[in-house]
Design a protein around this ligand. Sequence first.
Ligand code: AP5
Length: 223
Amino acid sequence: MRIAFLGPPGAGKGTQARELAREWGVPQIATGDILRSAAAAGTPLGREAARIMATGALVPDDVIMGLIGDRLRQPDAARGSIFDGFPRTIGQAEALEKLLKERGEALDVVLFFAVSEAELLRRLTGRRVCRTCGETFHVASQPPQRAGVCDTCGGELHQREDDSEATVRRRLEVYSRQTEPLLALYESRGLLRRVHGEGAIDGIRAELKRATEAVAGRGGAAR
Ligand code: AP5
C-alpha cells in the first residue's frame, strides 16, 4: 500500500505514521524529518531548508521531489510507504503521481486528519521531540515518564524551533493556502478518506486502520 497522510501541522500525522509504519513493515517517508536530518548534518541543502522551515514557509517543490526520488530508490520503499506531510502542494502531488507512474505504482489512499485550529495550537506549542530518536511527546496529553527524557531511548526532549506560537500561526496560514487545495484534488480522484483526528491516539489509529483496510480489501483504490 502507498498511503499519504494529509493534514495541518500538529494533526497527528507523525505520531500515527511512526506506529503504523512499524506495524506494517513499510517506511514512513516524512519530508519534515528528512529536512531536519539534512539540517542537523549541516549540508548546504540542510542549511537552506532550516532557514525556510524556521519561517514556517514551504521548501521549494524541486528540492522536495529530489529528496523523494532518492528515498523511493531505496530498497525498502518497494514494499510500499506512508508519506507523512508530503505532498503538500499541487505541484508536488502532480510530480508524485508522475514519479509513481514511471515505477508502475500509484497512491492507494490519502487519509486526511481533521482537527480544529485551537487543538492544533495546543498540540504544537506543547509538543516535545527526542533529539536522538525523534519520538514525539506532549507535555499534557502524552507526557514522558520523566520530564525532558525520552521514554524510548533516554534521549533529551526539546521543543522544535518552528513550534513557537507565532510560527505555528504562519504554518497554519501556509497550510490553508498551499496544502488545503489537495483535498479537492484527491477527492476528485476518489482517493480521499477523512478521519476524525481528535480523541484518543489509539482510537484514531484504529480508524486509520479501518479506512486503509477497506481500500486494501477492494484491491487498492481506483487507478
Ligand atoms: P513537518 O515536520 O512535516 O511538520 P508539519 O506538517 O507541520 O507537521 P507536524 O510534524 O508539525 O505535525 P504532525 O501532524 O506530524 O503532528 P504530531 O504527530 O507531531 O514540516 C516542517 C517544515 O518542513 C514545514 O513547515 C516546511 O517548511 C518543511 N516541509 C516539510 N515537508 C515539506 C514538503 N513536502 N514541502 C515543502 N516543505 C516541507 O503531533 C503533534 C503533537 O500532538 C505531539 O505533541 C503529539 O504528541 C500530540 N498528539 C498527536 N496526536 C494526538 C491526539 N490524538 N491527541 C492529543 N495529542 C496528540
